[in-house]
Design a binder for this molecule. Structure first.
Ligand SMILES: [Zn+2]
Length: 565
């Protein structure tokens, strides 16, 4: 199914097809004097872009673009910089990212001492906050692979403190937070999670896996009203500063729908929604019908280029780090991880959502989880015959060799996050060890998927890792940390070309939301969403990606970020 374009897009496509027609009215904005990468295979390069209103009216030579200049046209000299279609982050958690802006970020700390020092400093700087909150800690920072309440008590003893793991699957509470949540030796594990306990005493250690996290999280005061709205606006500004013009949200829950959809609507009404938002609604085993109904209802009122709800998301399994990802063969020290669904319930849920015309996203990280997700998309295809449902699988950190060709055969999109494969200490120690040698050899295998004809789309999973697209791009092409480790790149045959990585962040990401005709490439008639980088990445070694700067970001013809004031 290809969505028909909006009346404005169609009008633009019909009326502006030749430079002569375009010349009838001057452009509002002309970018020239650099290189333009269009994401169009048939004409990948140009010199200049001209914009009128919220659409691109011309892509071509500097000379022809100059003929569209009028007295009020803003002309931007690119100084040899690179123009790209605006980045589309195909997997993000927008509001969680927004809320993370007022929490301490631990993602760059790779030792217990560094983690504790940062939390101590943050707590001191925010002495009046009732809770000390943070996120982003790495399993590899802790000697045992999991943190303890004593380690957090050592730096925050006066207030409850709670830190979410970078992957969002494990929480870390201090003694005050555990007490506030009423978690004791007697507390039973919830059905969908584990209160980690000392094997000798049975005392909760402070680590909470999966559903057990919510025992503490439910007690944390969340910003509401104006404070929450202000954080959303900060998040949008941050994304614009990174060249991001579209995001696809990986799952609103029922609470998010009631609190955050109105905030997005308000931002839009006030002209402050400077990132296009496309979102999915979360479902889980036993809670399928309501989310589908919610997504269908929201689709009826939110289905345009700025705000759209037309997808449903389910978690097939957990993560490798916590050994909750569902594997075909056991983890090196036993256990295979349990899927969150039975195959039958998953197939039925995906089929029902697909039948309702929704796109289905399935989080699947273990090779068994990925296979179950492929099976479920296949079941939906067989049952409904909707050939262009564009089902998605999120993450695909491990995969059986036998399953590569199924992505192309079923038309399933591989939605992956390059920075999750960052070969830092955490990944190299915890992830590789847990995956075991055979599975780790196919870790985050973008190259194999591309060679098998799969369509990849890239995102960040922010706030799991930074939303900075340059970091993701560098990891995608180099498979190295930003310090350049390991020298040859980790599983370097899984790296992709720069051209390919950029496509996954632009035109392919637009395809993943059925919008490839409206955005994702620079062409006359497309929405004027673009980013200007300071360096021509195609002429420089990959390290130039990291030192490049976002110079200008334009969304719908409007400049929403400028490097210089
Ligand atoms: Zn996610």
């Amino acid at each position: 199914m290809i969505r028909s374009c909006s009346p404005t897009v169609c009008a633009a496509l019909l009326s502006i097809v030749t430079p002569a027609a375009a010349a009838e009215a001057p452009a509002d904005l002309i970018l020239s004097g650099g290189r333009v990468w269009t994401a169009k295979s048939e004409a990948p390069w140009a010199e200049a872009v001209a914009v009128r209103g919220d659409h691109i009216v011309y892509v071509g030579t500097d000379a022809s673009a100059a003929s569209l200049r009028g007295p009020k046209t803003e002309v931007v000299d690119l100084h040899g910089g690179l123009v790209l279609p605006g980045f589309n982050d195909a997997h993000i958690h927008l509001m969680e990212g927004a809320l993370s802006l007022e929490r301490v970020d631990l993602i760059e700390d790779d030792s217990l001492a560094a983690v504790q020092a940062r939390i101590r400093g943050f707590a001191a700087a925010n002495a009046t906050r009732p809770w000390v909150l943070g996120r982003g800690w790495l399993y590899g920072s802790f000697p045992e692979g999991l943190p303890t309440k004593e380690q957090l008590d050592a730096v925050v003893a006066d207030r409850p403190a709670y830190m979410d793991c970078y992957d969002g699957h494990t929480g870390w509470a201090n003694s005050k937070a555990l007490a506030l949540a009423g978690i004791t030796r007697e507390t039973k594990d919830p059905e969908d999670g584990i209160i980690v306990r000392d094997p000798k005493t049975g005392e909760p250690t402070g680590a909470l896996k999966e559903g057990a996290k919510s025992l503490v999280e439910a007690r944390i005061p969340v910003p509401e009203g104006e404070a929450r709205y202000a954080l959303l606006l900060r998040a949008l500004a941050l994304l614009n500063s990174q060249g991001i013009t579209s995001v696809q949200d990986a799952g609103f829950g029922p609470v998010d729908l009631s609190t955050d959809v109105p905030l997005l609507e308000r931002a839009r009404a006030e002209g402050r929604l400077t990132v296009r938002v496309r979102a999915s609604v979360r479902m889980s085993q036993g809670d399928v019908e309501d989310p589908i109904a919610a997504a269908v209802r929201l689709r009826a009122s939110h289905d345009d280029a700025w705000l759209r709800f037309d997808a449903i998301k389910g978690f097939v399994d957990g993560v490798v780090e916590a050994k909750t990802a569902a594997m075909l063969e056991p983890y090196p020290d036993g256990g295979t991880g349990l899927p969150n669904w039975t195959p039958a319930t998953l197939n039925a849920a995906v089929t029902a959502a697909d039948k309702a015309g929704l796109q289905v996203w399935l989080h699947a990280i273990g090779d068994r989880g990925v296979r179950m997700a492929l099976d479920a998309h296949e079941a939906a295809l067989r049952a409904n015959g909707r050939a262009d449902g564009r089902g998605r699988i999120e993450h695909i950190e491990t995969i059986s060799s036998a399953d590569y060709p199924r992505f192309k055969a079923l038309g399933v999109i591989a939605s992956m996050q390059p920075l999750h494969a960052n070969p830092d200490q955490n990944n190299m120690m915890v992830w590789v060890r847990n995956a075991g040698p055979d599975r780790a050899g196919r870790g985050f295998s973008w190259g194999n998927l591309e060679r098998a004809g799969a369509r990849l789309v890239y995102g960040s999973d922010w706030p799991v890792v930074t939303s900075d697209v340059r970091r993701g791009l560098y990891c995608a092409v180099a498979r190295k940390t930003r310090e350049g480790k390991p020298p040859g790149g980790w599983l370097s045959d899984q790296a992709v070309t720069l051209d390919s990585a950029l496509r996954h962040y632009t035109i392919d990401a637009a395809y993943a939301s059925f919008e490839e005709n409206a955005k994702g490439s620079l062409t006359a008639g497309a929405l004027a969403d673009l980013v200007v980088l300071s360096e021509d990445l195609f002429k420089e070694p990959p390290e130039a990606i990291l030192r490049s700067k976002v110079v200008l970001t334009v969304v719908g013809g409007r400049v929403v970020y400028r490097d210089r004031p």
